[in-house]
Each structure stands twice: as structure tokens, then as C-alpha cells.
Design a protein around this ligand. Structure first.
Ligand SMILES: [Zn+2]
Length: 306
């Protein structure tokens, strides 16, 4: 973000702190404190693309989060939403894609400080070692995590989630067999490889257009505990709790502060967007109507690493 934007955002944040403080007090009294779920992609020494946070900034963000939120596992965040009551600010940290660089600083720090987090990985890249296609397009291919790293994280108690098989746009897929491959087959294979249940799914790209009613239905019927989007928003006690809204974290502190404490401008917009999406999901039939997956082994033929 350009410096002038950061400066204006900082002015706005401080000017609206009394409103945020008042909103938080009211929410606590009503046991309706929103649940914050954050997502990172890559944490590395230098923030050399828009989805990388520098090690130094990550430390600052973590320190601020620890001072202002109870950092909870995704399951606890989901439980507070479904319970319909939450009186303490809490946040849950997630990562998408699975970048090898995360293992040099961010993940060891989180594990060492016993901060829970969920790590969503794209299985094909873990198995093949190929960089993510969006990074290749950007001209900055970065190494994905290895299977050994994912297994080590799982052994350390980290919740491993599925980010699909090939990091493809599920919103562009009509074929139920392909959706089943991305949502179910890759999950089953990941579970087998790490020897632990994979309970959560994060939609690749995570925007409303990347999430269809059919994909949602398959995820729900496949037994996922919840799915995560990536277009922003806070989760409120009493929400359904299956579709978890997440806030992306950039390489600055003020953006995190602004979003996680409930930007008064965005609160209404997020709610309207969620309601609209729910309406769309009800009104928009799936492009395929059969509920029988009948998935062939479309994910097969890849090296599994044992
Ligand atoms: Zn992704």
C-alpha cells in the first residue's frame, strides 16, 4: 500500500477508535463480539510480492494480536460462532497455499509460542514441488512446502486443511467429478499422507465468484467441518458457522488493526455482501443437479510420496 494511503488509513483508524471502542463494549454486553479469522499466504525475509508479509512485520502483527485478542484454533472460533454467544475478542490465524518460506520464521515462531493456526495446502504442489501457477504468472515462482514439512507440522499439532488439489478456480468448474476431485479425493489423500483428519477446506482464490452452491453442497456433504472464503468479513455469533469469513493480512500493521477491530465502514458492507451471497446461493441452482459424486480417480497418477 502506498505511504499516503497508509497515512490516511492511520488517520481514519485513530479517528474512529471511539466508535470501535463503543461497538466492542456493546457487543461484549450482548455476547456478540465478532470472531476474527485471518489468512496469510507467505511470510519471508522480504515482502517481495503483494501476498508476502515480511518476517519483521509478522512479528509486529503477532505482538499486536496477542495484546488485543485471544488467539484460538479454528475449531474454537467455529464453536464460538455456532454457540451464538461470544463475549471476548478472539482471532484465529490461517495460512493458504503452503509456501516453504513459512517454515523459516513464521511457523516455528507460532509453534514455539504455542499459538494455534490452520495451514491450508494445495496437494499437487506439495507432491510435485512445482511453484503455484499464480506466482509463475507474476514472475516470482516460490517453492511450496514439501510433504515432510507438512507431516512435521501435523506432528507438531498444527491443523492441516485442504486448499484443493491444483489451486484451481472451483467457481469455473461445472463437472461434478472434477469438483469431487478437488474437494474430496485430494482431502482423502492428504489425510492418508499425514495420518490425521483434514477437517477444513479453504476455497482457492476465495472470492464470491470462486464459490458455487454446488461446491458448497459437495463440501458440506463430504463431511468438512467448515469452509473458508477469502473476501473479508467478520463472523458473528449466531451465524451458520460452516462458511467462515476471513480477512487477508497485508504487509502493514494499520490494515490489520483497521480490519480486525471492525472498520465501521466495512461492517455494514460485509454483512450486506454475506446476506447477498446467501441469497444467491439459495436462488442460484447448481449447474449440475446430481448428488451422486461418482468421482473417478481424476486425482490419480501423481506421485504420493508414500
Ligand atoms: Zn490460495
Amino acid at each position: 500500500m502506498p505511504y499516503w494511503k497508509l497515512f490516511l488509513l492511520s488517520l481514519y483508524y485513530h479517528a474512529t477508535r471511539p466508535v470501535r471502542w463503543w461497538n466492542r463494549l456493546r457487543a461484549a454486553a450482548a455476547e456478540r463480539v465478532p470472531v476474527v479469522i485471518l489468512f496469510y499466504h507467505r511470510v519471508a525475509a522480504v515482502a517481495d510480492n503483494p501476498w508476502t508479509v515480511s518476517n519483521d512485520m509478522f512479528s509486529r502483527q503477532l505482538a499486536w494480536l496477542r495484546r488485543n485478542f485471544e488467539l484460538v484454533p479454528l475449531a474454537e472460533a467455529q464453536w464460538r460462532i455456532r454457540r451464538g454467544a461470544n463475549h471476548r475478542p478472539c482471532a484465529s490465524i490461517t495460512f493458504d497455499d503452503g509456501y516453504a518460506d513459512n517454515c523459516t520464521y513464521a511457523l516455528p515462531l507460532l509453534v514455539e509460542e504455542q499459538i494455534p493456526f490452520t495451514y491450508f495446502v494445495t496437494l499437487h504442489n506439495v507432491l510435485s514441488g512445482e511453484p503455484f501457477s499464480h506466482d509463475v504468472i507474476w514472475g516470482k515462482p516460490c517453492a511450496p512446502n514439501t510433504l515432510e514439512q507438512i507431516r512435521a507440522l501435523a506432528s507438531a499439532g498444527v491443523e492441516i486443511g485442504s486448499h484443493g488439489f491444483t489451486h484451481t478456480d472451483l467457481g469455473a468448474i461445472d463437472d461434478q467429478r472434477l469438483l469431487s476431485c478437488e474437494l474430496i479425493d485430494s482431502r482423502d489423500e492428504l489425510q492418508r499422507l499425514i495420518g490425521r483428519p483434514v477437517r477444513y477446506f479453504a476455497f482457492p482464490f476465495g472470492q464470491p465468484q470462486n464459490i458455487t452452491p454446488l461446491a458448497m453442497r459437495i463440501a458440506r456433504q463430504a463431511g468438512y467441518h467448515a469452509v473458508c472464503s477469502a473476501y473479508g468479513g467478520l463472523n458473528f455469533p449466531g451465524d451458520d458457522g460452516f462458511h467462515l469469513l476471513r480477512i487477508g493480512v497485508d504487509d502493514d500493521l494499520i490494515g490489520l488493526k483497521n480490519a480486525a477491530t471492525g472498520d465501521p465502514r466495512k461492517l455494514r458492507r460485509w454483512r450486506q455482501r454475506l446476506i447477498k451471497q446467501c441469497d444467491d446461493n439459495v436462488q442460484r441452482p447448481g449447474r449440475l443437479t446430481s448428488d451422486s459424486y461418482g468421482a473417478p480417480a481424476v486425482c490419480g497418477g501423481q506421485p504420493t510420496g508414500g
